[in-house]
Design a binder for this molecule. Sequence first.
Ligand code: ADP
Ligand code: MG
Length: 601
Amino acid sequence: MPYIHQLSEDVFSRIAAGEVVERPASMLKELVENSLDAGALKIDVEVTGAGVDSLRIVDDGGGMDAEDVKLCLSRHATSKITSFEDLDTLSTFGFRGEALYAIAAVAKITVTSCTAESKIGWRVTSEGLKVSNGPAPAIPGTTVLVKDLFYNTPARREFLKSDGFERGKLASVIEEAAIANPGVRFTYKSEGRNVLRFDPENSGDAFQDLDLRAAAVLGDDLAGGLLPIDVERPGVRVRMLVSPLDKMPSSRSFQYFFVNKRPVSSRILQQALYKAYGERPSGKHPVCVALIELNADAFDVNVHPGKREIRFKEDGQMFEIVSGLVAAALAKAKAAAPITIAPAEASVVADAPVSTPAPAVAAAQPSGPDGYYLGGRALLPDEFKQLNFGAAVAMSAPEGAPAWYTPPFRFIGQIERAYLLFEANGGLFMLDQHAAAERILFEKLMGEIEHGGAKSQKLMLPIPVDLPASAVRMVLDKSDRLRKLGFDVVAHGKNGLHVTAIPALFGAAEDVKKLVHRIVDALSDPIDEAATLRHDAIATVACKAAVKAHDRLGEEEAYKLLDQLKDCKDGSCCPHGRRAMLALNRDELARRFQRPGAVPL
Ligand code: ADP
Ligand code: MG
């Protein structure tokens, strides 16, 4: 008995229809959703040519009978809704009967299907204007084979990104579907290689299944130690896994939200998550896997053709629920954490300067409340004379020096282990030591890269970085560019990369993981301009390698920083645009102290 029918004009005119085949991954998403809608428990996908040459998906779902196979490629042909009101009780991913039609318009497609009851299968093929159909072997389930995507619209191929990027996007589709459907077996083969395999999780406990599947997708590194949230409220069921406060990766790419198993990009949900974390260490983002189940009438999927956006009927309520649950889980984990002594406190003592001033010298230090004293240690006139200033205090600025550089500079001290204070020309000159160091390294690295590539250091032991397979592909795809930055990365195992070399300028190997996470973010951004990526990646390397705020710096280092900054093309800010220096010149100081004769504002 056929189920597929054409939606009436009245119905489809109210559906947010439009482009569903933007790239191979958007096509794969539609096809996987069709298989899930058909109740499949096994979904096998195989692509060649990054999904452009061919993409085959085989499922063991309910299948179609011959009549339905003949109809399935037609526009607005669906078995999932009849009236517009059906959207209020929708339990399937599809509803507009457009995906197969849209794919058939831009590619050669063959759909072969058979129901469990049927003695014979059926097949329909569409190649341009030629549509043919006929009998096929009786294998229950459905196979869709798509070939030569965009063969008749070559301009659309131009919009595709590199093969590696498209492969990464394809793998992400499978990863997302796998997280939301732990009971379904997924395999994914690309260019003849088995890339992903997720065996069904059937422990009988839905939360445990989710937990295991999330670990299979994300890898142990990212999935280890996630906090569980499993709550049922009237009309809402929330299952989540989120990072504890002290274990967040440096990437926002590992956040997955599903509403009734549908992967969604929802600002409300994302904001609710971040609200719960409050102030985070800079650059850190929580991992989040959130499966939310709602009654079908509590949200609207008919907002966007890609069905990725949804609208909640009760936005505020959703926000409160998610943010409240995450905050409670974080508070609970914090309460359970063992109490440790803050390392910052301990290191103040350990790092104290070895040469404590002699009592006489100490007495000569500026008196008054500690707060008035500018930190570091006081420079006494005698000591000052003995200092070896080096090039930084040449009496006149060298040719081409920036406008702010008006020597001599006299180092006064360091505040908060973050700012360096100098006197220059009767005024006060302040440097943010981290921003300044970042800028210097950034320009150094840029220079090295422009002259054939950054110097690289081989690591004795490769640094393992666990990532979802989709992210691994994206990073590997850019390995040439990364090599120019001084990195060498190779695939390692199922879920990982090995970083085997890092830029020579990069001091701390333990920051490599953070950096790889940042690179993943930059790469998965659809507007990945080559130049932006390069700028961001170099800026990130510079940022990680630079002296940190909180490093104690002595005079010599302070002068060196100043001197190097002077040679930068743009020393006024760090590569991320944050201010690196501040000055209060002599007039400004006089004015601020309302000295008689001060130049008025
Ligand atoms: P929609 O999913 O919005 O209904 P599609 O164009 O994706 O529209 O699919 C059209 C119809 O073809 C579906 O309604 C369904 O009846 C049938 N169909 C598509 N893929 C499958 C599949 N893998 N298994 C069974 N039926 C399918
Ligand atoms: Mg569909």
